[in-house]
Write a new protein. Sequence first.
Length: 159
Amino acid sequence: MIKIIVDNLTIEGIRYEGEEPAALLKVSEDTPLEISAPIEYDFVASIAATDVIIRGEVWTTVKGQCGRCLCDIELEAANEDVCHLIEDPGQGEINITDKILEDLSVALPANLLCSDDCKGLCTKCGCSLNKETCECDQENTKTEIKNVWGDLDKLDIDN
């Protein structure tokens, strides 16, 4: 649990660093990724009048398969722009675990890729086009693929 003691905060702020178990961040079973390292955070919490301001970053490591070539990959998911304003929190402790986890959830990739220029798999034989070329690939370049939206480009629409 990531807790801030409001009574200890100053205008200059107090730095909070640490890590939480990966199990805290629940990812859907439909999501093809796994949180493979603890969730780490580094932020400063300060008081401004009666409000608390939190600024910092949160990160972890995720594992999964590339969405194009299905190779196993591991990469860092990070949100370096964590910023929260908690209005009039009162006295005592504030539990900001959910806010920090939400910040990290936003940083999780929707589609894992091993690289931006990943070529994926051949649609016919299934070989990885990153590692080898195949005869299927040469056949695909020779046959013209029909543009199903091409007829819409021919429409003459005037206002």
